[in-house]
Every structure is written in C-alpha cells, then in structure tokens.
Design a protein around this ligand. Structure first.
Ligand code: GCW
Length: 643
C-alpha cells in the first residue's frame, strides 16, 4: 500500500499520553479499542498500560463508573495533585475521553464533555461502479473511494480502519457508506451484496461508529416487485424482510438514507403518496430493530422554465415538507441541507429547519468542497458552519437540530482529502457537531497542533493566517452578496456568471443593465422571505435591514444601491473581487515561506494547489468584474483594470 498521510493523528501526537503509566479498567469491544491505542502509544514512548484494578496508583486512571449524567458518550476528566482521572458512564465515553486527552497534550485540565446531539454523521457519496459522469465518488475531489474500486469492494481495509479511528477522534459516530443517488449496482448492497456492508460495519464498529446505507425508494421494483407504492402491503412486507435480513448480519446497523423524488430519483410521488408515507414505510421496517431513516428534504423541481419567475427553488423544501410536520414516525430524521439552495459559499439558513418543531431534523453540511473550490482552493469551512449554527445572520441552526450530518471529503488520495489542508474541514465538522459552540479559530489551532505536533510557532501562525479567513476570501472572489451559483454547469468549478441563468435547474441572479439579485420579498417577489420566523422574515424582507451578506439573495437591487457597509452594490463587487484575488496571492506568498518546515510531499502538494487557486481567483475576479462592468457601464471608482 502507498504511504498514507497520518492526518491529525501522527505518532508524535501520542507522546504526552504514551509516556505515562495508565490504568484502564472495563471490558468490551470499545474498551479493547482504547486499550489497543494506549498500548501502542505506551510501547512507542516508554509508558505502561495496566489493565488490572489493584496495585499502586498510575499517572492516569481511566474507567467506567462516571455519573449517569455523562450519558452514553460523555466523559469527565479531573486533575489535581494525584493521578489524572478519566471517568465515563459508558465505553463510548472512554473512547472520546482518550482522544480528548490527546488534544490536551502535556497539560490535561479538568473538564466534563458530552456531545450536543446523539448522532454526528458522515454521508459518503461513494459509488460501487464508476459512474460515467460522476466517477467513483460523486463530487469527490480526493481520488477513488475508500470502500470500492471499479465495481469491487476493497480487499485491504487497513485504510478504512485508520479512517474510522480518525473519525472517532473528532467525535463522528455514524457513516452512510454509499451515494444518495443509488444506481442499479449500489441498490444490491441492501441484498445480495450485503456482505460488503457487513464487513465495513465491522471495521467502523470497533471505533464506535454505526453504519448506514443509502437505499433506493424503488428497491422493491429493482428486486422484482411491480410496485414500490408505500401503501401496498407487498411493498411493506418486502421492506420488512429485507430489513430483518440486514439486522441478521449487522445487528447494530444504523438505518437507511433516502433521496426520493429529487433530481430524478424515484419516490412516493410516483404513486400519489406523500413523503411522510414514504419515510414511514421504511421507519416501520426499521423500528423493531432500533434503526432510523434519514429522509432528505432536497426536493425541488429541476425542470423549471427560467422564463417563469414565480418558481423559486429556494421555497421548495419548505413548501413540500411543512404540511407534514408531526406526521413522521419517531425514528425518521428529516435531513435538510443547511441552506434553501445547495451548499453555496453563502446562503441564508433553510427556512424549513426552524419550521418543523414536531419533526426530528438532521442538518446537512457539505465538507466536500463542491461549490467552495473543490479541494483545489484553501477554504476552511468551520467559520461558515459556526455562523449558521450560532445564528449570526439568521435563525440559529443549533437550536433546531436533533443531529448533524455532512457529506464526506475523503478518498484514497495519500492525503485523504486531495488538498492536505482540507483535512481540517473534516476534523472541524466532527468537533462542531459535538459542540456547536466551539470557536472555529480554536478548532483550527487544535487541528494544527495535532497534525504538526512539533510545530514551530512560525508554522502554526502561518497556517492559521492562511486558513482562518480563507472562506471569507473565497466568498470575495466568487459570487457576491449571497447570490450564489455563478459556477460552470455540471462540474461546478470555476466562474460562469450566466452558467445557470437560463437553465432548468432554477438558480438565477437576474442581472440586467440596471441591477442584480433575486427578489424573494413578499410584496414584489417570490415570497420566500416570508418562510422565515420573525424577526428574520421582517429583516430579510426589508432592503435597508437585510444583512449585506445576503442582500442579493433576497432583493433585486440597482447597481447604485448603497449597502449597509456604505458602498454601492457595483463598487462592492469590484472591491471584493480585487481584494479576494489579492488575498490569495498573499496566501501563496506565506506558504512559500514555509518551504523546509513541512514534509516535502505536503509542502509541494499545497504549493501546486495554491498556484491553481491564484490562477482561478484571478479568473473569477476578471470574469465577474467584467461581466458587471459590461452590464452596468459603471466604472470602478478606483480605476483598476477591468476587461
Ligand atoms: O449539489 C447537488 C450535487 C449532486 C448531489 C445533490 C444532492 C448527490 O450537485 O451531485 O447528488 O446535490 O445533494 O443530492
């Protein structure tokens, strides 16, 4: 096997803990995993792992017996004059506590931690067969799948084990293995290829991670029935049997993930049934075994007529799902993308999320950088997620979420994520899902310290400077003021200002000679602003009150409109595009200073990618600025070069 980057768990990160005498008590699979990790660290760094209860006290005393209030996954660390004590109520807590000790390094401090939500999940968009357009991993920018290659399961699961360990270390406890677009081969994972799922589930289980599967709503038809109607008794029986068989092989199976009636996928609409009928069918099959359905709310008309301005994709999920609040079974999680559109670099939060108080909501983020530079651009996403979770410009997602889900960004690339610095996004998602109140800058520093354990201050500072504001930079040189979607249709990389303006997918900026932006107000627009709870409904609906960041999402504005920041829309476009591209050049320069402080392969990879980011940011700047200069005829107040 190729040499694989150790990501944020290099051997040296274990030095502080591996030097100690550690007593670990308790039994079972997860305790054995913890013992395996600590045993290895002690063997490497000269400490000792003691598994017996008697004898003199150790430097670290770990075991169960913590208060019930710690729950299934929490832990308490206490320090003082005696040994460091780590207590959990359940084995899962010991696993997370051990990884927390790693973060604390040489200076463990007393702390009690429990996750904010019980499930923190990654969705893989991995295909079994290589899809003719999307490849092995849909929207994957890090090589092939960790699980499958060209139609066959991977034989060597060493990397999956390493991956499971990485995920556990940042608090992830569930994975869906395969793409939500379930094609014919992948539909067989549920039945005759279940063995492949069981094998992977066995690897993840050792790190406290439950395995879920994306299934096709038409699975009964693909397996020979003449219908998939959720109210047909034969269909119910089919799902009951298929599900029972899954639990025979995988007793702790997590459940199903479904993309139905979305972008051409089959669903209950075919049979005149509702999404509650569809989700509840699967929920009933899973309930006796303790499984859940993740039912995606990404339902919209992808065959729109761009000439019809009354259709608004941003309204769709709310319009489809709010009538069904309270009608989903308890083991249904409605999985909603964080914004009303589709993982743009800037969107308001989805109005559906706070509108379903009687439904369990899983908020879905996208770690894979489909619209944020495709792991060719540095774009540390945690500041964006943190704003959305805390409610900087809208309702706080953390208040309505029962759990957090994200689309994974990994593959068989030696650096896991293509861009070595994109590893930070995976780590940060896990940490923010565990505790949405964490400061993304502090999480970045955690990642830097773990990943580069002997970091000279110079390296740490430079990495922080390059990454911390990289999302803001990315936003500056791409689509302005929340309008989104100025990307190449299809592959979604690079600028195409009108790429989706006349397309059936329904994502437009409506630029003309006078102004730009989509009118979603109540009186003159699509009314999407009214889907938000107060005070946001009023704020978004009002031109002067709407935050600048989102103003073209909600309003069609003249180029000369003065923003809250004091500059006009057109000048804002010019200024941010020049600034954003300049910031990338500065990033590139800072990276060059790090030559010699990092492993050469990582240094070179990032250097090459930064060259591409410099090129691409320049292209974005020039296309966006030229486009709006030509439309508006308004010159740049600072006389800079526009084409
Ligand atoms: O953003 C779009 C992507 C599709 C994806 C879809 C979804 C898996 O372009 O590739 O399909 O979202 O989330 O279902």
């Amino acid at each position: 096997m190729d040499v694989v980057d150790p990501a944020w768990l290099p051997p040296d990160t274990w030095r502080a803990i591996g030097r100690r005498r550690i007593r670990l008590t308790g039994h079972g699979l997860l305790v054995d995993t913890v013992a395996g990790e600590l045993g290895q660290a002690c063997a490497r760094f000269g400490g000792e792992l003691v598994r017996s209860t008697g004898g003199p006290p150790c430097d670290v005393e770990m075991g169960l017996g913590g208060e019930a209030a710690l729950g299934a996954e929490g832990f308490a660390i206490t320090t003082g004059s005696g040994p460091v004590r780590l207590r959990a109520h359940q084995p899962h807590g010991l696993l997370y506590g051990m990884f927390h000790l790693l973060r604390l390094g040489d200076a463990p401090a007393s702390t009690t931690c429990r996750p904010a939500v019980p499930r923190r999940m990654l969705d893989h968009w991995d295909n079994v067969d290589v899809h003719p357009v999307m490849g092995q991993v849909e929207r994957g920018y890090a090589g092939s799948s960790l699980f499958w290659r060209a139609g066959a399961p991977r034989r060597d699961l060493t990397r999956v084990t390493t991956y499971a360990r990485m995920l556990a270390s940042c608090g992830i406890n569930a994975v869906a293995l395969n793409n939500v677009n379930v094609h014919a081969t992948e539909a067989r994972l549920l039945t005759d290829r279940l063995g492949e799922v069981a094998e992977l589930a066995g690897v993840f289980r050792r790190y406290g991670i439950r395995t879920h599967l994306s299934v096709s709503f038409a699975a009964p038809v693909l397996h020979g029935l003449d219908t998939a109607d959720p109210l047909d008794v034969r269909v119910r029986r089919w799902w009951e049997h298929a599900t029972a068989a899954v639990y025979q092989d995988i007793p702790d199976f997590g459940g199903y993930l479904v993309k139905a009636d979305s972008e051409g996928r089959p669903g209950p609409f075919t049979y005149g049934r509702t999404h509650a009928d569809g989700a509840n069918l699967l929920a009933d099959a899973l309930a006796p075994h303790g499984g859940v359905v993740h039912w995606r709310a990404f339902v919209y008309n992808h065959r729109q007529d761009w000439r019809d301005r009354s259709i608004d994709r941003a309204r769709a999920a709310f319009d489809h799902f709010t009538p069904h609040d309270g009608t989903f079974r308890d083991n249904v999680v409605l999985q909603v993308k964080h914004g009303p559109m589709d993982f743009q670099a800037r969107e308001p939060v989805s109005p559906l999320i706070p509108a379903m108080p009687r439904t369990r909501i899983g908020v879905e983020f996208q770690i894979t950088q489909e619209y944020t530079g495709q792991q060719r651009h540095v774009c540390y996403l945690a500041p964006m997620w943190s704003e959305l979770l805390r409610g900087t410009h809208g309702p706080a997602l953390a208040d309505s979420a029962s759990e957090f889900v994200a689309v994974a960004n990994v593959g068989d690339d030696p650096f896991w994520t293509g861009h070595p610095l994109a590893q930070a996004n995976l780590y940060a998602f896990g940490r923010l899902a565990w505790d949405p109140g964490l400061d993304p800058a502090a999480v970045l520093d955690e990642w830097i310290t773990l990943t580069f354990p002997d970091t000279p201050a110079r390296l740490g500072d430079a990495l922080h400077a390059i990454m911390q504001n990289s999302w803001a930079t990315y936003e500056r040189y791409t689509a302005p003021l929340g309008v989104g979607f100025m990307v190449h249709p299809g592959d979604h990389y690079g600028p195409a200002v009108d790429g989706y303006e006349y397309s059936r997918w329904g994502t437009y900026h409506h630029a003309d000679r006078d102004g730009v932006g989509v009118d979603r107000t109540v009186t003159t627009g699509t009314g999407q602003a009214a889907q938000y709870p107060e005070p946001w409904r009023r704020i978004y609906d009002s031109r002067p009150d709407c935050p600048d960041e989102l103003v073209l999402f909600f309003h069609h504005l003249p180029y000369t409109h003065v923003l809250r920041s004091g500059v006009t829309v057109i000048q804002h476009i010019y200024d941010t595009h020049f600034a954003g591209a300049d910031e990338v050049a500065v990033m590139r320069g800072r990276w060059a200073e790090l030559s010699g402080t990092l492993p050469p392969a990582a240094y070179e990879r990032v250097a090459e990618l930064l060259d591409e980011q410099v090129r691409s940011a320049g292209e974005w700047r020039d296309q966006v600025n030229s486009y709006f200069f030509r439309k508006s005829g308004v010159p740049d107040a600072h006389g800079r070069r526009i084409y």
